[in-house]
Design a binder for this molecule. Structure first.
Ligand SMILES: *[C@@H]1O[C@H](CO)[C@@H](O)[C@H](O)[C@H]1NC(C)=O
Ligand SMILES: *[C@@H]1O[C@H](CO)[C@@H](O)[C@H](O)[C@H]1NC(C)=O
Ligand SMILES: *[C@@H]1O[C@H](CO)[C@@H](O)[C@H](O)[C@H]1NC(C)=O
Ligand SMILES: *[C@@H]1O[C@H](CO)[C@@H](O)[C@H](O)[C@H]1NC(C)=O
Ligand SMILES: *[C@@H]1O[C@H](CO)[C@@H](O)[C@H](O)[C@H]1NC(C)=O
Ligand SMILES: *[C@@H]1O[C@H](CO)[C@@H](O)[C@H](O)[C@H]1NC(C)=O
Ligand SMILES: *[C@@H]1O[C@H](CO)[C@@H](O)[C@H](O)[C@H]1NC(C)=O
Length: 422
């Protein structure tokens, strides 16, 4: 169970204070929660320039293409076709990893933290050595990516995340592996369980328990949930994030949590999804749309009509080299706040927070002195069930909380929500 009881009491008090501005200092606590693990942010190997927009976009195309994944009425052939739809699940331009220990030997693996997929699997640089806690199943896993695929044996093994140890966690061990260049040891899949459907070649349509499923079913956390905290990136590789299992880490937030129900609109509903409206200054971009949160996307994507409102209002042009929206210094000086209204609460993305980190302009093949914006077009009109994707550019400004038990997402401000980092 989550160990620090006083924090829960604190949190209840915070909710009673609903609507009242809570000072950050009220939330300072003496020690870190033990149910947390650090997240490190990386740029791709060697910091060679990446087309971040293209990488994000191919991932998004794949997410959209997974329509129908949960439909029990699909024929076996149709399910196979869905399974084999290319899934560019990982943006290897920028990624966020956490160390997880596996097996009796407690071997550390550096996993990409991915809320957009459910399978946890090993592939890449580190070899999995079965130990006394390993059980090899009759299953094979096979996950296709636009850039390749990973396939191999499916094991059950002991996994340790911070102070929590779970047994019999499903872990794919990739023996065939192509097209992946990210320089990590695999993926920690924190997406909804439905995303694991069709990934095992021998068990057919069944799902497999995800890491949060096992943390909950094995009594490690009372609420099946996790919180994600990042700080804005100003350098290429830094450990500045945190995953917290089973509760909100209230030491990381500076105001009350706002919750929104998980969406039931597909395809967003297969992912961590919610509804919100979006405004630029006083101009509406999106009335009330449904979309997702994705730790595997770098930028913020909005429906084409919302994107066009933003592009026109800011006067931005698409820079052909980087694929980013670009504004001039003069346009930056008049840039307005963006408001995300989630279940009645407004989360403000300041002009500064709308900029791609200027210290990382070289990473996107950009010009050092230029101003690039973090908004992109989903490529679909609003109302298609995929109106936005809140990637890292949003998650580095607001705490996010993924709650299966209560079928909801949560958000809160952090001390970086309004920080000037550019
Ligand atoms: C996946 O990514 C690769 C490389 O960027 C790209 O060529 C491919 O078209 C992408 N697949 C989809 C479905 O977007
Ligand atoms: C996994 O799927 C890919 C594409 O769907 C296929 O090319 C590959 O042969 C499969 N690998 C295994 C081991 O089943
Ligand atoms: C793990 O799975 C094995 C094989 O199914 C079973 O014998 C064992 O009891 C399981 N352990 C736990 C802790 O559930
Ligand atoms: C993975 O292995 C390759 C080849 O040995 C090496 O060049 C690369 O730096 C390694 N990446 C990481 C993250 O260890
Ligand atoms: C949305 O906000 C209302 C009012 O604060 C609250 O009662 C409701 O529970 C919230 N919705 C969710 C899903 O938490
Ligand atoms: C937004 O749309 C969702 C899904 O249709 C609905 O549940 C929610 O009540 C709407 N919110 C507002 C503020 O209209
Ligand atoms: C951030 O600044 C906006 C104005 O740009 C303000 O409305 C909002 O309350 C501030 N948020 C925090 C957490 O201080």
């Amino acid at each position: 169970m989550a160990p620090i009881l006083q924090l829960k009491v604190f949190f209840v008090a915070l909710q009673v204070l609903h609507g009242v501005h809570v000072q950050a200092s009220v939330l300072v606590k003496s020690q870190a929660l033990s149910n947390t693990i650090p997240i490190t942010r990386h740029t791709a190997a060697g910091s060679r320039p990446r087309n971040v927009v293209q990488l994000d976009r191919s991932r998004i195309n794949d997410i959209k293409s997974r329509v129908g994944i949960t439909s029990a009425s699909l024929s076996a052939a149709e399910r196979l076709a869905v399974n084999n739809a290319p899934l560019n699940a990982t943006n290897d331009g920028l990624f966020y990893s956490a160390i997880v220990h596996i097996g009796a030997s407690n071997t550390p693996f550096n996993f990409i933290v991915d809320t957009g997929s459910g399978n946890t699997w090993i592939g890449g640089n580190k070899t999995y050595v079965p130990s006394s806690t390993s059980i090899k199943t009759a299953d094979m896993f096979n996950i296709s990516y636009g850039m390749g695929f990973a396939a191999g044996d499916q094991y059950l093994d002991q996994v340790t995340l911070g102070t929590f140890t779970i047994s019999n966690q499903s872990i794919g061990v990739a023996s065939t592996f192509s097209g992946v260049t990210w320089g990590c040891d695999g993926i920690l899949g924190l997406g909804p369980t439905t995303l694991t459907k069709n990934t095992l070649t021998t068990s057919g349509y069944s799902t497999i328990p995800t890491v949060p499923d096992n943390l909950h079913s094995q009594g490690k956390i009372a609420v099946q949930s996790f919180g994600v905290y990042f700080q804005p990136a100003t350098s290429a590789s830094v450990t500045d994030g945190e995953l917290c299992f089973g509760e909100v880490d209230t030491s990381k937030i500076t105001g009350p949590m706002t919750y929104a129900a998980l969406s039931t609109t597909v395809p967003a509903a297969y992912y961590w999804s919610f509804s919100q409206s979006i405004q630029y200054g006083s101009t509406s971009m999106l009335a009330n749309g449904t979309g997702i949160v994705d730790t595997g996307s770098s930028l913020i994507y909005v429906a084409t009509d919302a994107f066009n409102v933003y592009k026109t209002a800011t006067g931005a042009q698409t820079d052909p080299t980087t694929g980013f929206l670009e504004i001039t210094a003069a346009q930056y000086a008049t840039l307005q706040d963006i408001s995300f209204v989630v279940n009645g609460t407004t989360f403000t993305l300041t002009p500064n927070a709308q900029l791609w980190p200027r210290s990382l302009n070289a990473l996107i093949k950009g010009v050092a002195s230029s101003y690039y914006l973090v908004f992109q077009d989903t490529g679909a009109p609003s109302g298609s069930g995929f109106d936005f994707i809140m990637g890292y550019a949003f998650l580095e400004r607001f705490y996010s909380y993924y709650d299966t038990t209560n079928s909801r997402m949560g958000f809160a401000t952090t001390s970086f929500s309004n920080a000037t980092t550019n």
